[in-house]
Design a protein around this ligand. Structure first.
Ligand code: UD1
Length: 429
């Protein structure tokens, strides 16, 4: 088990280059199986969710090579259509392979993804939508089998909720279907536009992403390309929180400011100065942060649920009372019990969290239980006086590339301690 050890309290200063987007790279890598041949995906973050995605691609029959930030996928010889249970469990979002596998093979076999640390996460919207393309679905003993009856037939789908994963799966299934597919109430997240941009560069005909209605005209085939993944807006906003709550000044490079726009007002309300250029953003934090009246997580372009935990960490040291309402996932407050260990004051009532800011946090021994909640603990540790130990950091490493290295370069005293297989420990800065 690996852990992070932080001696907190340093103000963070400097520049951090933002990694490629986790939520873009996973569906784009899955999509490479629709374009037979060798796709080259650049700006891939070096995170364990990409490792898990590469394992699935190799299982399906792809040849995958990887240098630091480039993943090359040769999908010429894809010959499997299942995702083994252990790979499905390793990364719940492997469900985004569903549309790609069906699009390529006409059938698929998956185990039920089940719930996770942040909620039940059902896939009913995915299944209802896939069925409409003329796919039979058979569920038995936690296995789901998909079989196209004749061919994939374009269809009209109206989502009852703008699910990110369901929208991606529909787009992936529709690309090579016969005829036109129209998704109404589609999710509008930038990562969906990135997936569509990748597929369009491969020859797909997708329009309307980023708006509520997406139209996909099916094409005969797709061709492989080289494509660069967009920057990770959630990682960028996490480092904005780090700068804010340590009263520092941090410049982020390699960002798309428009994607970060939904979180900027929160930092401004807290009293931070935010200045933006075409691809950079600088946060300058005041000596005292102000509380945030009420922030509700919403589908894009609302405030992202993925930023709920990192922003909650920030509000623990804001003066006055802040209120957060989580509307997307039903149990995304697992980090609260751990944040309390730093001496913060948080009450949770259902989906609402009320945070009474304290003057200072004190270092604590805590356990990460999910990706963004784990990142919130790193932020609290960076701001707290004294020593913090965070266990189970594997969750954090699913989505943050070298978070210790980035924060160290900004002046945080943080190091990773890893248990090696022989039971000894190894350290990295
Ligand atoms: C994606 C992101 C995740 C982010 C989330 C919301 C990836 C890999 N993951 O997850 O980081 O937190 O979007 O922005 O891109 N729902 C159903 N039935 C369904 C599908 C979803 O009820 O079939 C519910 C979910 O339980 C949840 C809500 O809809 O309450 C949002 O889920 P969704 O937008 O699908 O999120 P994910 O695609 O799982």
């Amino acid at each position: 088990m690996s852990r992070f050890i932080i001696n907190g309290g340093n103000r963070l200063f400097g520049t951090a280059k933002i990694q490629g987007s986790k939520n873009s790279v996973l569906p784009i890598l899955a999509a490479t199986i629709l374009a037979k041949g060798e796709s080259v995906i650049t700006n891939c973050p070096d995170i364990t969710d990409v490792d898990a995605t590469v394992k699935i691609l190799r299982h399906l029959g792809c040849k995958v090579t990887r240098t630091e930030h480039t993943v090359t996928v040769d999908s010429t010889n894809v010959d499997k259509y299942d995702i083994p249970d252990e790979l499905m469990r390793e990364m719940r979002s492997s469900v985004v392979f569903l549309g790609a596998i069906i699009g390529r093979m006409g059938k698929a076999s998956l185990s039920t993804p089940g719930g996770c640390e942040i909620g039940l996460r059902p896939i009913d919207l995915h299944l209802d939508a896939i069925q409409r393309f003329g796919v039979n679905i058979h569920e038995e003993y936690a296995k789901i089998e998909f079989e196209t009856v004749k061919h994939l037939e374009g269809t009209n789908i109206s989502l009852s909720f703008p699910s990110v994963g369901a929208t991606e799966n529909i787009i992936l299934t529709a690309c090579l279907a016969k005829g036109t597919t129209v998704i109404t109430n589609a999710a509008r997240e930038p990562e969906i536009s990135d997936l569509a941009d990748f597929l369009n560069s491969c020859g797909a005909r997708i329009s309307g992403t980023g708006e509520g209605t997406v139209v996909i005209e099916g094409v005969e085939k797709l061709h492989p390309v080289q494509y660069k993944v967009i920057p990770d807006r959630i990682v960028a906003a996490t480092y904005m929180s780090a700068a804010a709550m340590t009263h520092g000044k941090v410049r982020l490079t390699n960002i798309i400011p428009a994607h970060i726009a939904p979180v900027i007002p929160i930092f401004e309300e807290a009293g931070c100065d935010i200045s933006v250029t075409a691809s950079t953003l600088t946060v300058t934090a005041p000596p005292v942060l102000h509380g945030i009246k009420t922030v509700r997580t919403m589908p894009y372009p609302g405030f992202p649920t993925d930023m709920q935990a990192p922003v909650m960490a920030m509000t623990t040291v804001c003066s006055g009372t802040s209120v957060i309402i989580e509307t997307i996932f039903e149990s995304r407050y697992k980090h609260v019990s751990e944040l309390l260990r730093f001496g913060s004051k948080i009450r949770v009532d259902g989906r609402m969290a009320v945070i009474e800011g304290v003057k200072k946090l004190t270092g604590a021994k805590v356990i990460a239980s999910d990706l963004r909640g784990g990142a919130a603990l790193v932020l609290a540790g960076a701001a707290a006086q004294g020593s913090t130990v965070i266990d189970d950091v594997k969750f954090i490493e699913r989505g943050y590339e070298d978070i210790c290295g980035v924060l160290s370069s900004l002046g945080c005293d943080i190091r990773a301690e890893r248990n090696t297989t022989d039971g000894t420990t190894a350290e990295s800065g």
